[in-house]
Design a binder for this molecule. Sequence first.
Ligand SMILES: *Cc1c(COP(=O)(O)O)cnc(C)c1O
Length: 463
Amino acid sequence: MVKRSWAEPYKIKSVELLKMTTKAEREAAIAEAGYNTFLLRSEDVYIDLLTDSGTSAMSDLQWAALMRGDEAYAGSRNFYELERTVQEHYGYRYLVPCHQGRGAENIMSQILIKKGDYIPGNMYFTTTRLHQELAGGEFVDVIIDEAHDPANEHPFKGNVDMAKMAALVDRVGADKVPYISLEGNVNMAGGQPFSMENLRQLRSFCDKYNILIMLDATRTVENAFFIQQREAGYANKTVKQILREICDMTEGCTMSAKKDSLVNIGGFFACNDETIYRKAINLVVVYEGLHTYGGMAGRDMEALAQGIRESVMDEHQKARIGQVHYLGHLLEKEGVPIVQPLGSHAIFLDAKRFLPHVDQDLYPAQALAAALYVDSGIRSMERGNVSAGRDPKTGQNRRPKLELVRLTIPRRVYTQAHMDVVAESVIEIYEKRNQIKGLRMIYEPEYLRFFQARFAPVDGVGE
Ligand SMILES: *Cc1c(COP(=O)(O)O)cnc(C)c1O
């Protein structure tokens, strides 16, 4: 059979012109940004792979949805449209809109966590863990060990290790574990899915101990696509059906709609339990806005509803993940060390193997991201020692096993030729990798330091 392309199920109606920069301009820009790609001006970036969060291209139908915004303070019809759409595709009874994912995390953490509780999760996410800690809980990583090994080819590296779950419950008691935060396509592990089989095991375990499963649904449609592609018995189910099957095994979710759902801003908390819902709509008025908008404009809720409908289409996910894998295969062919298996939303350069000569406290992933920007104007993101922060007990850098640079692909934004440029630049830096010496941190914010930390080259001469 002839292999068929992952080509896009859409054509381009409008384009955004980009500024082209010189290497000297980029060297000045990264120095001014303290070698932190978060602090670059977007104008100075050619291909922006910082994040897939809020960076998707909306469809003509989504732009049209903006015109249908009902900006009433209360009871906007766009809210009811969004509620119907979430009920249909995610299956939860109650919807609480929030300005973005962390707004939903704040509300859920405050409702479900008591001081001294433990919150297991299949790896941490920065804002998720911070809200758990601020609510008095302690995060416990229960992802399978394979997820911490960037070379391991396990097809479901997002799986929960049931032995780790059982050990936690044994150690602290089930009454100290209100819920497990289960993330679809685990971001920090490289966009790695859990399997339906694993979720079924988790469900029966949690039923036994009366522990809720709260989904971090941010990239769960992409997780559903991987289940369709990889798990026995799912090849003939649609992504839409698989998404419902996942959600139906959980009690609720937090959602950053800026990822899967193809909008630039938005999120929600959703659940099936009325008591939790009542508490959530009470808190949402304190932190986000009235419960029928939760910090979102009416027009944004309408665009989100349309985005959800587009996100669950099989052909959309095939092209979305097809493009990410196209880039991954180009790098693999040249022997560049990347996280395996290829994930859904990003290609992760393994900075420990890329720069084995740079100590982790000299932030190799941060240094590599800076070098990539200088070479070609590509903006990527550190996901390693800087992102992991300090251990609150010892005050030391966490020095996580994974020291990665994330090349995150926005949905429906860049072309195949852009992916070629990215691969060419990474390969060239890989050939010159010995020139990269590392960075020292010269300014460190208290919370989520990766966003605003500043660095300087260790040897004082550029990266
Ligand atoms: C982005 C993200 C969040 C937080 O959502 P925001 O919309 O950025 O506030 C939570 N969990 C995961 C897995 C994410 O990727």
